[in-house]
Design a protein around this ligand. Structure first.
Ligand SMILES: Cc1cc2nc3c(=O)[nH]c(=O)nc-3n(C[C@H](O)[C@H](O)[C@H](O)COP(=O)(O)OP(=O)(O)OC[C@H]3O[C@@H](n4cnc5c(N)ncnc54)[C@H](O)[C@@H]3O)c2cc1C
Ligand code: HEM
Length: 410
């Protein structure tokens, strides 16, 4: 619980700290990676460092947590902490590393804010940091325990047993554990990290949603090749996976994590809407495959937007799985429709024409602008925020948004 004295100091300095967080986090990462280069080799994502997305996510989460504490000194904002803890577990964060992050973060705060950081102010923010760290550490310990692994010991070798081209820029890899042990338990909608060594010798991790039912001995990931068309360089890991990984190769995969999954207990009968765009279809396929494996009869609306039928990854799987679910209905939108999908609609997804069943639980995944638009529409249609679960294929930049933050995550 945040003490009353610290709360007063945090309240007084929050605007100054929040206003300087971008500079603070930039300096924090620069000094930490300078002194501890091993963290950038094999833990942090250097694409997210280059784009500043990780910096913004870290800053937003600290500001969000501090604001929540000021409203209620015992607050532990669940959506915020859960999202971070799952990502931390998927990259193997351990409790001793919180001391390293603390050292560089507080060094950066002192450098950027200078004399404004009196010993009392530093102590108040210290309290916020360790309350947040403590909440994350205990969640991460539970996640590791639940996954049956030692803290940080998330990696296992897997063999690629099949590589399949899905579209011109998407491939799937079907994997089997290479160590002969059973595949770890997963939940429909979760992701794994894949750890690779890049041509310059640096190790990098990226997350990929499982695009298969969570049971059985095989797992599948489906990877879109990221090109530098938008002005940046080609995506490092997706390019490597596309260009140099094939059948018989080994990949290091983490245990599965992720807080957006189909909870069979919490809402086993609720109607579902799976709303996706582009490669955001992957967790939806896992949900559909899981429902099909269960022989589910619940109503499922599968809504997907893509550039064209030929670029719609896992389109045949979607039809096949929906065909096995008596309660399922698919609606597709394409920028460039084609004869393969005569019933598809043209243009971006338009949710206003779709009737959503009462009590619907929505899973949302796709580019951030798409998700913002879809979420707004869903809220306006009366779907409560707590029934909209979204997965972000990058650091969650919605976390600073208090509406998203305060929405309880089931
Ligand atoms: C939970 C989760 C699930 C995911 N599931 C999937 C999935 O199922 N399928 C899938 O395909 N992807 C998925 N992703 C995305 C995936 O993890 C990777 O982000 C994606 O493959 C791109 O990684 P990359 O290494 O190829 O690109 P990166 O090298 O990380 O580059 C990403 C972007 O940053 C730009 N960039 C990088 N460096 C610079 C620089 N120096 N200057 C300017 N711009 C730069 C690149 O041009 C590119 O646009 C998921 C992500 C998350 C978090
Ligand atoms: C209180 C302390 C911390 C806070 C508030 C924090 C916050 C965050 C946030 C908000 C994210 C993004 C989550 C998302 O993907 O949406 C993240 C990711 C991450 N964190 Fe932390 N974190 C903390 C401590 C640590 C520690 C101790 C480490 C280990 C050195 C660490 C390593 C990472 C890594 C590697 C990622 C993924 C980065 C990426 O993929 O770009 N974090 N953290």
């Amino acid at each position: 619980m945040l003490s009353a004295e610290s709360a007063a100091l945090v309240r007084a300095t929050l605007p100054a700290v929040a206003g300087a967080l971008d500079e603070i986090t930039a300096r924090f990462y620069a000094t930490m990676f300078h002194d501890r280069p091993e963290l950038l080799d094999g833990m942090f994502n250097r694409g997210n460092q280059a784009s500043g997305a990780q910096r913004r996510a870290l800053a937003g989460s600290i500001a969000g947590f501090a604001s929540a504490l000021l409203e209620d000194p015992t607050a532990r904002p669940d959506a915020l902490l859960s999202r971070i803890a799952h990502k931390h577990a998927a990259v193997g964060v351990t409790d001793d590393q919180y001391t390293i992050v603390h050292k560089y973060l507080f060094g950066a705060i002192a450098e950027v804010l200078g004399d404004a950081v009196t010993p009392e102010v530093a102590a108040a923010w210290d309290e916020v940091y360790w309350l947040m760290a403590g909440a994350l550490i205990s969640r991460e310990a539970l996640l590791y325990q639940d996954a049956g692994v030692q803290p940080g010991g998330i990696w296992r070798p897997w063999t690629v047993v099949e590589r399949r081209a899905e579209t011109p820029d998407v491939v799937s890899f079907v994997l089997r554990p290479a160590d002969g042990e059973p595949a770890p338990r997963a939940r429909a909608g979760q992701y794994v990290s894949v750890r690779v060594r890049l041509p310059d010798g640096v190790h990098q991790l990226r997350q990929y949603s499982l695009s298969c039912a969570p049971g059985g001995e095989l797992r599948r990931i489906t990877v879109k090749r990221v090109t530098g068309d938008a002005g940046g360089p080609d995506g490092e890991v997706s390019t490597l996976l596309h260009e140099s990984v094939g059948e018989g190769d080994e990949l290091l995969l983490s245990a599965p994590f992720g807080d957006v999954f189909l909870d069979d207990r919490a809402d086993s009968a609720a109607p579902l809407a799976l709303v996706s765009a582009g490669i955001g279809c992957t967790p939806m396929i896992a949900v559909l495959a899981h429902l099909a494996a269960l022989g589910s009869t619940r109503p499922v609306l599968v809504l997907h937007a893509d550039r064209s039928p030929g670029e719609h990854a896992l389109r045949a799987d979607t039809h096949d799985l929906a065909g096995r679910l008596p309660g399922a209905r698919t609606v597709f939108w394409y920028e460039r429709p084609g004869p393969e999908e005569p019933d598809a609609r043209t243009g971006p997804m338009e949710l206003s024409g779709i009737e959503l069943p009462d009590g619907v639980v929505v899973f949302l995944c796709g580019p951030l602008p798409f998700m913002r638009e879809a979420r707004d529409r869903l809220l306006r249609a009366g779907v409560p925020a707590r029934r909209i679960r979204y997965e972000v294929f990058g650091p969650d930049l919605w976390l600073p948004d208090t509406a998203a933050c305060s929405a309880p995550r089931p």
